[in-house]
Design a protein around this ligand. Structure first.
Ligand SMILES: Nc1ncnc2c1ncn2[C@@H]1O[C@H](COP(=O)(O)OP(=O)(O)O)[C@@H](O)[C@H]1O
Ligand SMILES: [Mg+2]
Length: 303
């Protein structure tokens, strides 16, 4: 049986200007649930109301109307936030602290003991891969490292529910891949993850379900695999076929009046090419790869 960790009913938010005049309707009667243990993606272009929705869930913003329950409690009950981890769009971390000091500081906010703080910091720094940089001040961190220490900070209280606002923003493909692996790791630990993103393709392979928002309205909601399935085509994958075999297969298809079959080689996407190039550069430093080599290694990596 599934269990809703987040229940949103008819949620709306209107931002008003200084004189109380209506300025923007950021969220328009949104209703949706997030189930325990799933990775849920809130997707949509900039300004579609994703951050506003997350902030209302945390109780940082008051809704204009509607109901929300998080972990069985109303959003306005901030004590529920003890079981929630939050990575804001921009992490406001102290630039002059290092990774250890940062995690220690946030551990204190949750009244963790000295021993617990030290143990938790070790685990998280290991998990996000900042072991070698843990004593460097955050002002020296790259964008990817900043995102990773932000994630570690969001996890300091070992939350059941993790809200990530644009976790991959500003990251290169390698950093994005690593962030997605961390999200999968959270899921495997039984946590529920809600992430927001305007980089739709970046997150499609980590989300179980997605909601697409546009101008504050819910446009699409469902399982990613079902939403992206192309129902009126069949894809057959085989090792490369000779002209002779292709002709025979065509003959069979003709017999069934299927005339528009296509024989093509699959193309890898740029992300795969990039990740493979990085991996192989590590193995053979200083080499440049020709088109033929890239194609050959892509064939090898598919088997
Ligand atoms: N504090 C605010 N005051 C007025 N308008 C705001 C405020 N915050 C966000 N908005 C507006 O609300 C809409 C949704 O913003 P936001 O939730 O940040 O979208 P997203 O996170 O999807 O990019 C946008 O039109 C934005 O300009
Ligand atoms: Mg946002």
């Amino acid at each position: 049986m599934s269990e809703a960790v987040i229940e949103i009913r008819n949620l709306s938010k209107i931002y008003r200007d200084f004189w109380g005049r209506k300025k923007v309707q950021a969220v328009k009667s949104l209703s949706m649930d997030v189930e325990k243990g799933e990775v849920f993606g809130l997707l949509g272009p900039n300004g579609s109301g994703k951050t506003t929705t997350l902030k209302m869930l945390l109780g940082l913003l008051f809704p204009t109307s509607g109901e929300m329950k998080i972990l069985g409690r109303p959003a306005s009950d901030v004590s529920k936030n003890e079981r929630i981890g939050y990575l804001p769009e921009e992490s406001y971390l102290y630039r002059f602290l290092n990774a250890d000091e940062t995690l220690d500081f946030y551990g204190r906010l949750f009244n963790m003991s000295v021993a617990d703080r030290a143990k938790r910091a070790d685990e998280l720094i290991e998990m996000v891969g900042l072991g070698r940089a843990r004593r460097r001040q955050l002002k020296e961190y790259s964008k990817g490292m900043t995102r990773r220490i932000g994630l570690a900070q969001a996890l300091i209280n070992d939350p059941d529910l993790v809200l990530l606002d644009e976790p991959t923003s500003g990251l290169d493909p390698l950093g994005t891949r690593e962030m997605k692996d961390l999200i999968k790791q959270l899921k495997s630990q039984g946590k529920t993850v809600v992430l927001c993103s305007h980089q739709l393709a970046d997150v499609q392979d980590v989300c179980d379900r997605i909601a697409v928002l546009f101008q504050g309205e819910l446009k699409v909601l469902g399982r990613v695999d079902e939403l992206l399935e192309v129902r009126d085509e069949t894809l057959i994958r085989t090792p490369s076929l000779s002209a002779e075999v292709q002709a025979e297969v065509k003959a069979v298809l003709d017999k069934h009046n299927i005339s528009d079959a296509e024989f093509t080689r699959p193309t890898a996407d740029l992300e795969q090419l990039f990740l493979r190039t990085v991996r192989e550069s590590g193995e053979r430093p200083g080499r440049r790869f020709s088109t033929e080599e890239v194609a050959a290694s892509s064939a090898a990596s598919e088997t």
